[in-house]
Design a binder for this molecule. Structure first.
Ligand SMILES: [Zn+2]
Length: 165
């Protein structure tokens, strides 16, 4: 990827949510982890994450590729989550995945698989098993690349939905 431009969008995670993603990334290493982000404000400039929902990485194994270098959020997990959220104000506003021993920026394969312009992508690099450098992106207008999204970490003051809601 080249020419990542900063978009004016911002996404806010709690430190607990960030730490969960980093822990998932380290636990999955050397495979990619993935999961969904629930929140609100996807069409505005400030997106607040209410819940981080780890999901199985169901990327198919085929010659030369595996879950070590690709991810696919279990579609059943997303379906179930969206059905659960239908009655409330929150929605799936993005997803996260990890890049084992690769930088925290969208790969060419990520771009090829990106087709939902409103979703926010969180990506963390995992270097030698240690997660670092969580960053946020969204598909740029026109779909030819990603824009970086400002990622803010709030230590508290965001109400967190019960995980078994
Ligand atoms: Zn990726």
């Amino acid at each position: 990827m080249s020419a990542l431009s900063k978009s004016s969008l911002a996404i806010t995670l709690t430190a607990t949510q960030r730490n969960l993603i980093l822990a998932e990334a380290e636990a999955a290493y050397p495979d990619e982890c993935c999961g969904l982000l629930v929140g609100r404000g996807g069409e505005t400039r400030n997106v607040t994450v209410s819940r981080v929902v780890p999901a199985a990485n169901v990327a198919p194994d085929d010659p030369g590729h595996s879950v070590r270098d690709r991810f696919e959020v279990d579609p059943q997990a997303r379906f179930d989550l969206e059905r659960e959220l239908r009655a409330g104000p929150d929605a799936v506003i993005g997803h996260y995945h990890s890049h084992p021993d690769h930088p925290a920026e969208p790969s060419a394969r990520d771009l090829a698989k990106a087709f939902e312009p409103s979703l926010i992508w969180l990506i963390t690099g995992v270097m030698s098993g240690r997660a670092e450098n969580l960053r946020a992106f969204r598909l740029a207008d026109g779909g030819g690349g990603f824009d970086e999204v400002v990622l803010e970490i709030a230590d508290h003051a965001i109400p967190v939905q019960s995980p078994d809601a």
